[in-house]
Ligand binder design. Structure first.
Ligand code: AR6
Length: 178
């Protein structure tokens, strides 16, 4: 059986997967980092889809996730989730980060999508320490996949060398769960 978790270094906007997850902000208005890259690659249709979500349900609080179409991306859909801003570790950052991954996976499952690519949520502008964030991301996904057949495959797409190193180590230490 091929492993269900894969690690890749590169630009998430280029992936041909069912769903790309965006590290968004509560306004869903686009921004810098991976959010900016996804919006640029997807084109105005993504902005319009986000505006509609905002109209219908307001902002997206940390830990929550919403799904939209993917505009010009090769992916079929984008799941926008909002990670926590790092405030030193005593402001529920760990549980909010875990929820961001779990709620994104649940949305992919609810929509029947089989392949999902995640960036390292909160580890850029939001300042979450990369080693701790990678542990949470990896183990939350691993646990979810143990209990669900969908999605079939999850990609961790690392942009920077530190995240790539961290995720590759976690992958090599992985049990037989995947
Ligand atoms: N592909 C994959 N990963 C990327 C890419 C890319 N093209 N570009 C950056 N990264 P960040 P956050 C990595 O700052 O910390 C935005 O302005 C980057 O190396 O994008 O959750 C939003 O609108 C880092 O490891 O997201 C919010 O305001 C990771 O993506 C805020 O930033 C996340 O960095 C969210 O901050």
């Amino acid at each position: 059986m091929t492993a269900r978790i894969q690690v890749l270094q590169g630009d998430i906007t280029q992936l041909e997967v069912d769903v790309i997850v965006n590290a968004a902000n509560p306004s869903l208005m686009g921004g810098g980092g991976v959010d900016g890259a996804i919006h640029r690659a997807a084109g105005p249709a993504l902005e319009e889809a986000c505006a509609l979500v905002r109209q219908q349900q307001g902002t997206c609080p940390p830990g929550h996730a919403v799904i939209t179409q993917a505009g010009n991306l090769k992916a079929k859909a984008v799941i926008h989730t909002v990670g926590p801003v790092w405030k030193g570790g005593d402001a529920h950052e760990a549980s909010l980060l875990e929820e961001a991954y779990r709620n994104s996976l649940q949305l992919a499952l609810d929509n029947g999508y089989q392949s999902v690519a995640f960036p390292a949520i909160s580890t850029g502008v939001y300042g979450y320490p990369k080693p701790a964030a990678a542990e949470i991301a990896f183990h939350t996904v691993e646990r979810f996949l143990t209990f669900h057949r969908t999605p079939e495959k999850v990609w961790f797409v690392c942009f920077d060398d530190e995240n790539a190193r961290l995720y590759k180590r976690l992958l090599s230490q992985q049990g037989d769960a995947a």
